[in-house]
Design a protein around this ligand. Structure first.
Ligand code: PLP
Length: 345
């Protein structure tokens, strides 16, 4: 079987999740959008873990992000974020198409928004300049290679947002990886935002699904918007059952994924023909820049050695998850060593 490092969403559910899904499939499904008992258990657990009043099970994190933007922005309004945010680069311009909302981009470093520029962007709406409906912060930040935005920075954003009366949405697709890297509970990061989205099917290894959390009224409205966006999935007890196991059993082990990403980076840093900065590996993602070989040639050669990695602009992207064991790390390093020695390139 291939060692698949292209993304953590590819990781298969654990045996315990499969058992839980089988059991849930035998329960009667709930009829109304909030009536399924397994979904309700997942939503309560997620809300409690984040310290928010309520939570909603969504098919994807893209949908959870876009529901939040839709609730916060009327057509013609804007949301403050940065050019490399997933909501800007990778959600098919959904904010424009579904909500008529325009991104207002501020400078940022590895996902951390420039505070002065963000504060300045929040004021001054007038006949020409659109009102800002929400600030979107991403943590961990995927395009910088899983960099982690610190708690202090998250709190600074929350402070200036509160002062301006603008809510904050946290795109925490990999929120628990960020919390693990910072050594804080996820609820500390979630407290710096008015709404939070995270994936159950990335590092947490559920087969699918995401959570949107927030205030009671916000989630009540989110139920309506989710339906409008086609996400009123019923009955969703089967994937929700895996989501419960994901939250109960997979959060604590994310430090292992980080350690293995770092071990990969340390090993790769010793090889010629490739550049990687182990210090930049803060969570479960590493970006590797090939020297003379093109990313495509290197990826094809690695695939012949059973190692799958993703092209990511000028980089190769490697993402660790629960299926990437110490042995898989060793095999991956051996494949890179062979390929970079020129034998198979
Ligand atoms: C930061 C970030 N936000 C949102 C998403 C979207 O997640 P989904 O694939 O569940 O829509 C991703 C997916 O990779 C992501 O990395």
């Amino acid at each position: 079987m291939a060692i698949d490092l292209r993304s953590d969403f590819i990781a298969r559910p654990t045996r315990e999740m499969i058992t839980a899904m089988t059991r849930a499939a035998e329960l009667p499904g709930g009829f109304g959008p909030r009536e399924d008992t397994t979904v309700a258990r997942l939503e309560r657990l997620a809300a409690d873990m984040l310290g928010h009043a309520d939570a909603l099970f969504c098919p994807t994190c893209t949908m959870a992000n876009q529901i939040a933007i839709h609730i916060r922005c009327r057509p013609g309004e804007s949301f403050v974020t940065e050019a490399e945010a997933h909501v800007v680069t990778s959600e098919s311009a959904a904010a424009a198409a579904l909500s008529g909302a325009m991104p207002r981009l501020v400078p940022a470093r590895n996902g951390a928004l420039d505070i002065a520029a963000t504060a300045a962007a929040l004021v001054g709406a007038d006949a020409q300049r659109p009102r800002v409906g929400v600030i979107v912060v991403e943590n961990t930040h995927v395009r910088s290679g899983g960099r982690v935005v610190g708690l202090g920075h998250m709190r600074m954003v929350a402070e200036i947002a509160r002062a301006a009366g603008v809510p904050v949405h946290l795109d925490g697709a990999r929120l628990f990886n960020a919390a693990s890297a910072l050594g804080v509970p996820a609820r500390d990061l979630a407290a710096a935002a008015d709404s939070v989205a995270f994936n159950l099917n990335k590092g947490l290894a559920a087969p699918l699904g995401a959570i949107l959390a927030g205030e009671t009224d916000f989630i009540a409205e989110a139920v309506r918007v989710r339906q409008m966006f086609g996400g009123g999935w019923r009955p969703a007890g089967v994937p929700a059952a895996a989501g419960i196991v994901a939250l109960e059993t997979m959060v604590g082990r994310l430090a292992d994924d980080r350690a293995r990403a770092r071990a990969l980076a340390d090993g790769l840093a010793e090889l010629d023909g490739i550049h990687v900065d182990p210090e930049a590996v803060e969570s479960n993602i590493l970006l590797v820049r090939p020297g003379s070989a093109t990313p495509d040639a290197l990826i094809a050669a690695l695939a012949r050695h059973n190692v799958l990695v993703l092209p990511f602009g000028p980089f190769l992207r490697l993402v660790t998850h629960h299926e990437i064991t110490d042995a898989a790390v060793a095999e991956t390093l051996a494949a890179f060593r062979t390929v970079l020695s020129g034998v198979d390139l």
